[in-house]
Design a protein around this ligand. Structure first.
Ligand code: ADP
Length: 507
């Protein structure tokens, strides 16, 4: 990684705006019932910049009492407050205002997110800020388009009687939203936007590693005119704030994005209470390159399929299967791409990949690489930490892997790709489906018939063709098998935040 020497590996905080620096210096508060509050215990915990390893802020460490207060506020705002009763166009106007405010402060949000998550400004701007602005606008449009159906029932056992039936879509209630650290503000807005559109209320718990942009977002809610108690934000840890939220009888639905293990735990607690839940969990997505694929599309496309966002994407293409005819073209191309990715500080403009989110994540990813090598995998490139204060891991490609290896079966959530040649289509389909996950998959080919034959055979919530990781707010996203339950985005998000009520009237 000789190139890395040319790039600053430590963040220079003086390059960010005075607004972002002012926010980082400020005393941080949670949002409960419209008020900015410290935790009941007064405890705080540090937020670390993974580029420098330094503490950049301290935020309130919420616990059960804070969650109880936040749920009570959300409950009151739902059961008696104005938000669910507001005309749809009234909610639409406020959500549009919220989008405008986020757009106004876009640079500050991107800067805070880059410092907190170690991702480049281009990345945080695109996926945390701009996409969030778009999603708020998209969901604002839904407010006026949520409707039921009408029926003319026959009711054969009551001949001669006439009835009219219709359905209503009503808000599901108080939503407990728990988000991960990989795209912190983006994930928070994936939860906030459908809650606001459907007239629900919520308590949001951002990941403990990356709570800053969610707390900064609190300022915009009041300015946009979202009534107190509609969105409450409690910072803290999973075992305390998250667990209390999941168990709380005042919460009607859990919207969770995170690991499969915690998703299973949440389902086991929510199911007996018959609480609604949507779970967007882990992945081990396969990218399948057929013999006729175009190498010029495939090499950068599959490389970004894994290395985009440092591999810290649930749908990252972490397994690459290449037809043997193309193996010696595609794999050296991807290895070369990986070697040329410029690692550096998140705030340094020439950086292409920053550090991972934390030292803990760096150790976890390096541990997986070591296990792969110990199991007999061949390190084709990368494989090491970079000597610096930051949590950097070199983009890594492992060859000579077997399907029983941990690096092939388990989600690493870092810049690590495993590559395997194949000869037979049935065999590669079987291999692509042979993990417990089913979030994404991609097919790389110019043969339209193969595309149509393979899409139904791949067990995944999303199948991309000649691309990977492309998400759009109108297009549903989620997983099958251990990758989750339910879908986010698009009309599906509206469906998951509403209950269907049926009414029948005797005429
Ligand atoms: P990761 O390992 O990538 O951090 P997690 O699933 O542990 O993924 O974390 C995702 C989110 O779930 C975070 O906000 C975290 O605090 C929260 N979380 C962790 N443990 C629990 C739990 N027992 N109950 C509810 N939420 C939790």
């Amino acid at each position: 990684m000789s190139d890395t020497k040319a790039v600053a590996m430590e963040n220079d905080i003086s390059v960010i705006s005075e607004a972002a620096r002012g926010f980082l210096r400020a005393e941080h508060r949670m949002l409960i019932n419209g008020a900015r509050v410290a935790s009941v215990t007064g405890k705080t915990f540090p937020v670390i910049d993974p580029t420098s390893g330094h503490e950049v802020a301290r935020v309130p460490s919420g616990d059960g009492d804070d969650v109880n207060a936040a749920v009570a506020a959300a409950r009151e705002a739902f059961d008696g407050g104005p938000w669910p009763r507001l005309k749809p166009s009234g909610r639409e106007r406020i959500i549009l205002k919220l989008a405008d405010l986020l757009e106004r402060d876009a640079e500050e949000f991107a800067e805070i997110e880059s410092v907190n998550s170690g991702r480049t400004l281009a990345n945080t701007r695109a996926f945390d800020v701009d996409l969030s602005v778009d999603y708020l606008r998209y969901m604002a449009g839904w407010t006026t388009k949520i409707h039921g159906e009408t029926f003319s029932p026959s009711v054969p056992y009551l001949p001669g009687a006439d009835f009219f039936s219709f359905t209503l879509r009503e808000p599901v209630g108080v939503v407990g939203a728990i988000t991960p650290w990989n795209v912190p503000l983006g994930q928070a807005i994936w939860k906030v936007a459908p809650v606001l559109a459907t007239g629900c209320t919520m308590v949001l718990k951002p990941a403990e590693q990356t709570p800053l942009t969610a707390l900064r977002f609190s300022d915009l809610l009041d300015e946009a005119g979202v009534p107190p108690g509609v969105v409450n934000i409690v910072s803290g840890f999973g075992e305390t704030v998250g667990a209390t939220l999941v168990e709380h009888p005042g919460v009607d639905k859990i919207a969770f994005t995170g690991s499969t293990e915690i998703g299973q735990l949440i389902a086991s607690i929510a199911a007996p209470a018959l609480k609604r839940y949507t779970l967007e969990l882990g992945g081990k997505s396969a990218m399948v390159v057929l013999a006729d694929a175009d190498p010029e599309t495939c090499i950068p496309g599959t490389a970004m399929g894994i290395f985009g966002n440092h591999g810290q994407n649930c749908c990252a293409g972490s397994r690459l299967y290449v037809h043997r005819d193309l193996f010696d073209t595609i794999v050296p191309g991807v290895v070369d791409f990986a070697r040329n990715i410029k690692l550096g500080a998140a705030l340094e403009p020439t950086t292409e990949m920053g550090p991972l989110v934390s030292r803990g994540q760096q150790e976890r990813v390096l541990g997986y690489i070591e296990s792969g090598v110990n199991d007999g995998a061949e390190l084709l490139t990368g494989g090491h930490a970079v000597q610096s204060t930051g949590a950097y891991v070199e983009p890594t490609v492992l060859g000579n892997v077997r399907r029983d290896m941990k690096v092939v079966q388990e989600e690493i959530f870092g810049p690590v790709l495993v590559v395997t040649p194949f000869d037979d289509l049935d065999d590669v389909v079987e291999q692509a489906n042979a993990t417990k996950y089913g979030l994404g998959a991609s097919i790389w080919t110019r043969d339209v018939q193969q595309v149509h034959r393979l899409i139904p055979r791949l067990k995944a919530g999303t199948v991309w063709v000649n691309t990977h990781n492309v998400l759009d707010l109108a297009v549903p996203f989620g997983g099958v098998k251990h990758s989750g339950v339910g879908r986010e985005l698009g009309a599906e998000a509206i469906r998951h935040h509403t209950e269907l009520k049926t009414a029948t009237i005797a005429l």
